[in-house]
Design a protein around this ligand. Structure first.
Ligand code: SF4
Ligand code: SF4
Length: 96
């Protein structure tokens, strides 16, 4: 579930360019002292993450609203099922 995206946290990047040479797809550029990743070229191979001395390159998972809705609906359905089972074994005085 979700789309994996590799991105640079600008606040942590010091523009050293070490990551640029690690990218086999020429996806990383450094401009104005900060690296950025061209998402059209990046294949999420993770080669660049380990070389950054600042820990500025991170993998994120982007989740769509539809995916979140599906999880919430699934939890809701399971909760309803559990509640109906509890109702089925509840005594008249409300005790189990
Ligand atoms: S994850 Fe791989 S393809 Fe993407 S920027 Fe890093 S080294 Fe390049
Ligand atoms: S290795 Fe890290 S600190 Fe250096 S340019 Fe790349 S992202 Fe920035």
């Amino acid at each position: 579930m979700g789309e994996r995206v590799i991105r640079v946290i600008p606040e942590f990047c010091m523009g050293c360019s070490l990551c640029v040479a690690q990218c086999p797809h020429d996806a990383i550029r450094v401009a104005f002292g900060k690296a950025w990743i061209d998402q059209r070229r990046c294949t999420s191979c993770n080669n660049c993450i380990g070389v950054c001395p600042q820990g500025a390159i991170r993998e994120e998972v982007r989740v769509s609203v539809e995916e979140i809705r599906a999880v919430v609906n699934s939890v809701h359905d399971r909760a309803k099922s559990i509640m109906s089972r509890i109702d089925g074994i509840t005594q008249k005085d409300g005790s189990l």
